[in-house]
Write a protein that binds this ligand. Structure first.
Ligand code: AMP
Length: 398
């Protein structure tokens, strides 16, 4: 019987679960979707049977059903030794993962004002696992924690200072677990220590962010108070001119409408008027669909601008690293982006780019490139499992 770590990523209508052994090998994963709706369902990749969920099943029901399926597969015959939860916002309170107790729970609640769509559902995930495994240590791993090292000049907005002082309005940054994993992995592949490694990490998935990491520490990042700022994303606009708010008042677009438009109807989807999916967009662009090509071009140019911007925070650069579904797989996006950065000295080797760096320890740069360029698959669940194991003290007790 194997000891395991359970990783929970709880969204408003979804629940992602992953199970690891203590060597941090992933044993299995599961996904429940449309939670709370009539057609809620759950599935395990490679497991033929659907996991039955009642109509309107909540997070706790979904978790119970997934855990039962794991047991049936003989993957979870005893409670896990630790549970790691992805928690989106840790405000300025959490600089690292935290063992969950009543005061940590309250602090996560207190940060909910900064992430009203996320922190309350993350707490629902914590409640669901507490009900199922009351004795197991649980750890909150925050998307924002890795960026708590940002210097003041990088995290402050040029707004009335009282916004920061009284309400905590500042740049927090997200995707911290992924960026943290990138510097650890890049250091390993380059034969360096993470705290001596400086990279620019571009996490390009449905959400996209880029981070400057100096000597292992986050010193600038593109996402801000919320995960809306910065790069062009699947359905999010990234940076816009705040003057748009005034303009749209004349078009009778309400604040709620604007929230929906900027978060769900913009980005690649908004520009292409077709899809937020980069793979589908690339195929459409190949077939001559002009708006899809435009969407990809805007995406890549914004990214190139941000890569240059991140250089202002570094005194040396060991590698530019691409990750996330797009960063790991899109030859086109990497090539188009770096074509804007010849002056900065980036040059990639076409054949290595096509192989996604698979046979070259992630490396895709040309010999005459001033900087290394790498492709490194992210594994946020694995980082959460690692942090859960460490912060729960499980290693020490064993
Ligand atoms: P993620 O959120 O990290 O799962 O990334 C999702 C994004 O990765 C979507 O836009 C996908 O279309 C994109 N993606 C996945 N595979 C590929 C691929 N082979 N080529 C281009 N984009 C891809």
């Amino acid at each position: 019987m194997e000891d395991t770590i359970l990783v929970i990523n709880c969204g408003s209508s979804s629940l992602k679960v992953a199970l690891f052994d203590l060597n941090l090998n992933q044993l299995t994963s599961a996904l429940a979707e449309r939670i709370g709706k009539e057609d809620a369902f759950a599935s395990i990749p490679g497991y033929s049977r659907d996991i039955p969920l009642q109509h309107g099943a909540g997070h706790r029901d979904a978790l119970q059903a997934i855990v039962s399926a794991f047991k049936e597969l003989n993957l979870l015959s005893s409670p896990p030794v630790a549970i790691g939860h992805r928690v989106v916002h840790g405000g300025e309170t959490f600089r690292e993962a935290a063992l969950i107790n009543d005061s940590v729970r309250r602090a996560i609640e207190d940060c909910a004002g900064l992430a009203p769509l996320h922190n309350p559902v993350n707490l629902m995930g914590i409640e669901a696992t507490t009900a199922l495994f009351p004795e197991v240590p649980q750890v909150a791993v925050f998307d924002t924690a890795f960026h708590q090292t940002l210097p003041r000049h990088a995290y402050l907005y040029a707004l009335p200072y009282r916004f920061y002082r009284d309400w905590g309005v500042r740049r927090y940054g997200f995707h911290g677990t992924s960026h943290n994993f990138m510097v650890t992995e890049a250091a390993r592949l380059l034969g360096k220590q993470p705290n001596e490694t400086s990279i620019i990490s571009a996490h390009l998935g449905n959400g996209c962010s880029i981070t400057a990491i100096r000597d292992g520490i986050s010193v600038d990042t593109s996402m801000g108070l919320t995960p809306l700022e910065g790069l062009v994303m699947g359905t999010r606009s990234g940076d816009i001119d705040p003057g748009l708010f005034d303009f749209l008042k004349t078009k009778e677009i309400s604040a709620e409408d604007l929230h929906r438009i900027l978060n769900n109807e913009s980005g690649l989807l908004g520009l292409s008027e077709k899809t937020n999916d980069m793979r589908a967009l690339s195929e459409l662009a190949d077939q001559g669909h002009e708006p899809s090509l435009v969407a990809i071009e805007v995406f890549c140019f914004r990214l190139a601008r941000y890569i240059s911007a991140m250089m202002a925070s570094l005194s040396e650069l060991d590698a530019l690293v691409f990750t996330g579904g797009i960063g790991e797989n899109s030859t086109l996006v990497r090539a188009k982006t770096l074509s804007h950065l010849n002056l900065a000295g980036f040059a990639i080797e076409t054949s290595l780019n096509h192989q996604h760096g698979k046979n070259t320890n992630g490396r895709i740069e040309r010999e005459d490139s001033r900087f290394k360029v790498m492709v490194i698959p992210t594994n946020e669940e694995r980082v959460i499992a690692t942090e859960a194991l460490e912060a729960s003290g499980t290693i020490r007790q064993r």
